[in-house]
Design a protein around this ligand. Structure first.
Ligand code: SIN
Length: 533
């Protein structure tokens, strides 16, 4: 048994920021990660970090307004204000720590524009390799701190006592189960793009933190809102290479099968992905085209994208690039207050795994590295001040003090898909873990992608429920543990998506195409501990 004051689970922007800040204090801190410390979705982030860093025409109020508009009525306004107001300070700290963002000829930060932003305010590094630079900076800082780093450790369950968190169990890649005792556990394990066959997320993005929280009975919300990035390269490559929204910010155009434009390329992501899905369905196509032929100095401005396209045999200056939407960012997650505390004492969450209320039904482009920086710093500060337990702020207002305003919460109403599905899936009994993961991903892409319907969601729930019912109680390998986490996340997503009979943000129902005032509320999942996959 190992013993720490704080265990941080995950090595993306949020986890690294927290561990590195805490390790400067007298606290014993460990960071555990299931691959190496440099493997995280942060590394894959392209476009950048949105923050108001001194462009005179821009303002905090405008960035707040853009974020709320993109979030389609489900953002927590207080959380958004925190994000945008504190963002510039956290970005400045990252620069002090050694992050090198691209600059213009006068030496000022070069700012790009992306969809849903009224102004150019997106900082970037290496053209479209921002995540690599953010990760490098924070990993360097972590290795200079006193934090213990445990690589190839996958957290499989939280240990909870009468006074909240007591630690966690983690599986090593070699199959050994380790017990780790801790006063506090911080979930910073990222998203779950691997729920889908077509995704921009790395293989590690399997929704582990949400599954840990659900199994421990901790509330999770907004899981129906999976954002689909409009322009992933349409190629038989997994994960799908992303073609940064910054390309559209620089003037690249979307074209349909006839070569015509069909949408404002700088509308928020949900609007663009939805328009693409409609055109693809009408024209019987499985992809459309991104026309970047008029962009000047493409190779110089976007060297990593140029190299990636060249590898795929494409030249963006000569030909249109085939693109299609791909699962990209999970807006939903473990519900937190404004300092990252969850409803369980000693359990915290920050970054994509958390639902702090900043994204609502659709995240504004380049607000997620920012979220990791801002809420990572908030969790660290709250821990250093001796915090433990939720406050009636941010998203937790609806649970801690339901009459104090904010967006109302309703409980998820899930069918027993596992029982029905088990019947439907007798034939999958002999399948191995990888085959089952592929079946789950294909099912989600087919039935719970950009456009959903009651019928498709029901079909998917039966298949996923069947897979979940076939899983053993205790996972003996990373593959089994990840499949269990994916099945749990998929079941929650399908349940909420079926319940939300409207279209809002990144949740689109063919059978309920309009937003409904009755659904200006969030769907909360809270399971009894130990029940289900
Ligand atoms: C992109 O570069 O298009 C991705 C940025 C983001 O997802 O925020």
């Amino acid at each position: 048994v190992s013993r720490f004051d704080v265990v941080v689970v995950g090595s993306g922007v949020a986890g690294l920021s927290i561990a590195q800040r805490l390790a400067e204090s007298s606290l014993e801190v460990a960071l555990i990660t299931k691959a190496t410390v440099s493997d995280s979705t942060t590394t894959w982030a392209q476009g950048g970090v949105a923050a108001v860093m001194g462009n005179d025409e821009d303002s905090i109020d405008l960035h707040v307004a853009d974020t709320l508009r993109a979030g389609a009525g489900l953002c927590d306004i207080e959380a958004v204000q925190v994000l945008i107001e504190e963002g510039p300070r956290r970005v400045a700290e990252l620069i002090e720590l050694g992050a090198s963002f691209d600059r213009n000829d006068e030496g000022r930060l070069a700012l790009a524009r992306e969809g849903g932003h009224s102004h150019a305010r997106v900082l970037h590094a290496g053209g479209a390799a921002t995540g690599v630079e953010v990760q490098r900076t924070l990993v360097d800082a972590l290795f200079q701190s006193s934090a213990t780093v445990l690589e190839h450790h996958l957290a499989t369950s939280l240990r909870v006592g009468a006074n909240g968190i007591e630690g966690l169990s983690a599986l090593t890649r070699g199959g050994e189960l380790r017990e780790i005792t801790a006063e506090h556990v911080v979930l910073a394990s990222g998203g779950a793009g691997q729920l889908f066959e077509v995704t921009t997320n790395p293989p590690e993005a399997t929704g582990d933190g949400v599954a840990l929280a659900l199994r421990a009975g901790v509330p999770v919300a907004d899981v129906e809102f999976m954002q689909f990035h409009p322009t992933a390269l349409h190629a038989a490559i997994s994960p799908r290479p992303l073609l940064s929204e910054a390309l559209r910010g620089h003037g690249a155009l979307l074209r349909d099968g006839a070569g015509d434009r069909f949408v404002d390329e700088l509308a928020p992501r949900d609007v663009v992905a939805r328009a693409m899905a409609k055109v693809m369905a009408e024209q019987g196509l499985d992809h459309l085209w991104l026309d970047a032929t008029s962009l000047e100095r493409f190779a110089e401005r976007f060297p990593s994208l140029e190299a990636r396209l060249r590898e795929a045999g494409l030249d963006a200056s000569e030909a249109w690039i085939p693109v299609a939407p791909a699962a990209h960012h999970w807006a939903g997650g473990v519900m937190t207050d404004l300092v990252g505390s969850t409803m369980l004492e000693g359990l915290w969450a920050a970054g994509e795994v958390a639902n702090s209320g900043v994204h609502g039904a659709n995240r504004l482009a380049s607000n997620s590295l920012l979220e990791g920086l801002v809420f990572g710093a908030r969790v660290a500060e709250a821990l250093l001040q001796g915090g433990r337990g939720p406050s009636a702020t941010g998203l937790l207002r609806a649970l801690v003090a339901p009459r104090s305003g904010g967006i109302p919460a309703v409980s998820a109403q899930c069918r027993d898909a596992a029982r029905e599905g088990a019947e439907a899936l007798r034939e999958t009994q002999g399948m191995g873990t990888l085959e089952r993961r592929s079946l789950l991903q294909a099912t989600m892409t087919r039935h719970a992608g950009v456009v959903r319907s009651a019928e498709g969601l029901e079909r998917a729930a039966a298949i996923v429920g069947g897979l979940a019912a076939q899983l053993g109680q205790a996972a003996r390998s990373f593959g089994e543990a990840e499949l269990g986490n994916l099945a749990l996340g998929a079941s929650a997503l399908l349940c909420s998506a079926a319940q939300r009979e409207e279209s809002r943000g990144s949740h689109v129902r063919a059978d309920f195409p309009e937003p409904s005032v009755a659904w200006e509320r969030r769907i909360v999942h809270q399971r009894e501990e130990g029940v289900g996959p």
